[in-house]
Structure formats: C-alpha cells, structure tokens
Design a binder for this molecule. Structure first.
Ligand SMILES: [Mn+2]
Length: 267
C-alpha cells in the first residue's frame, strides 16, 4: 500500500470507451490518502449524451472512490467541462463527496495552491490549435488509433504505450499552446496570491516552475494514466500508473521504502 497525504486525479472520462478504468482501479486500490481531489472530467456526461460505454471496472472505480469518502478521507470533486452539469450542485455533499467549483489546497510544507479543472483558460488560449485539437475529431481519431494499437500490443505482450501522448509531445505547435495554457494558469495563481496552480484538462501531466509559481497538471486516465501525489513532507510528484509494475519492482527492491526518487519530477 502506497501512502500519500494528498492525491489529485482528473480527466478519467468514465462512460467512454477511452477510460482506462482498470489502471485507475488498480491505482485507487493500491493507495491510501487523507485527501483525494477529483479535478474534473471524471464522468463524461458530454460524451454519454451520444453513446454510453460503461464497464464493471468503471462501476468499481466509483465504488472505490465512495468508500474512500465513507472511510473518513476528504474527497473533493471539482467538476470540469465534460461533467459541467454537476457545477449546479457545487457546495453540496453527496455520500461524503464534497462538490466544489474550485478549491484552495495547502501542502504539508505550507504552500498554497489553487485547484480547478483548467477549462477556464480556454478563453485565453482560444482560436489555437490546442483547443481545436482537444475538441475536434482529429483528437477522437487519435484516441481510436491508440485503442487499436493498445489491443495489438496487448496481443503481443507489450506493455501499455500511449500513441496520442507520443504524437502530442512531438507536435511543436501543440507544445507551444500547452505552454500558453500553463502560463495562463501560473499567471492566475500569481494574481490570486497563491504559490501554485493544480489542474488537469489538457491531458498533459507536468510540474513546472514559472518564476516561483508551481504549475502542476495531474494528467489523465485516458492516455497517460497519471496522478499528482503529495507525500507526508509536502513533496509533490507525478506517478505514471501504466508504469506501476516498475514502481512495485523498485519498491520491493528497496524493501518497502515509500516512493523511489526516480519517480520524482521537478518541484
Ligand atoms: Mn476538460
């Protein structure tokens, strides 16, 4: 069992074929945390208007999250643009899950972070490739290709690999717009006198320092299977759960030390 003070996940897209529910379920069952932040696009009501894809693993993800709340851990759900209809219920509490429009998170070492999904920056980075890329068919096509390559790789015994992630990091233009999104979030944090910003939305995990403001993106469970975690000392790091077999090997090798430093990104 991995033990964290806080865990942030987003962009799970439950209700769609692209949701990597098995990986997420394995992650949720492998961790203990005092607080779990669900940073938007958890249930994809938007996609479910057209078609619903629901599996037992997806139900188990929901049950596991609810049981964490019932066990007395703080569970905060900040809806994103794909589950925006839940924004009407912000400030309410369901089965111990607190719905919030945004949150302020204080790390163990005293840093204050603003937490929100991140789609509020779409307006600032409007008319650019990233917004189009995320919203339009090319992106859905890429995810379809990814699914197809996943089943091929599974058949031949290769480990999980993200095609869309691979292509995205190799697209310079997209990278420039990702950078613009990150800067917009960091600027907002600075304007509101926070030490950092924690968000999701762009399916691009990362921890980056923007002139003293720490930008953190917890990634997604469609392609990268990533989470942002805070240890008992307030260190923030990204976990890539599709590599978790490596994580467990490292752990058994060092005799159960919490998390190996190779998993630590900057910050
Ligand atoms: Mn989103």
């Amino acid at each position: 069992m991995l033990r964290y003070r806080s865990v942030f996940i987003s962009d799970v897209h439950l209700g769609t074929r692209d949701c990597q529910a098995e990986f997420l379920l394995d992650f949720l069952r492998s961790i203990e945390c005092d607080r779990l932040y669900l940073v938007g696009d958890i249930i994809d009501f938007w996609a479910m208007r057209k078609s619903v894809y629901w599996t037992e693993a997806q139900s188990a993800v929901v049950q596991t999250i609810l049981s964490k709340a019932q066990d007395g851990n703080e569970v905060v759900y900040i809806p994103g643009n794909h589950d925006a209809l839940l924004r009407d219920y912000c400030d309410a509490e369901f089965n111990g899950v607190k719905l919030r429009r945004q949150a302020a998170f204080c790390s163990m070492d005293g840093r204050r972070f603003r937490v929100s999904h991140g789609d509020e920056f779409d307006a600032q980075v409007k008319h650019n490739l990233l917004t189009k890329f995320i919203g339009d068919n090319a992106y859905m096509w890429l995810l379809g290709m990814n699914r197809w390559s996943q089943s091929l790789r599974a058949r031949f015994g290769f480990k999980y690999w993200s095609l869309a992630g691979f292509l995205k990091t190799r697209m310079g233009k997209v990278n420039r717009h990702i950078r613009r999104f990150e800067e917009a979030a960091a600027q907002r944090a600075r304007f509101d006198h926070y030490d950092g910003f924690i968000c999701g939305h762009i399916h691009k995990p990362g921890i980056r320092d923007y002139a003293g403001i720490l930008y953190c993106n917890d990634g997604d469970w469609v392609e990268t299977c990533s989470a942002l975690v805070e240890d008992e000392f307030g260190n923030l790091q990204l976990l890539h759960w599709s590599d978790h077999q490596k994580v467990q090997q490292i752990q058994s090798f060092v005799g159960g030390r919490p998390v190996d430093s190779t998993l630590r990104h900057t910050g």
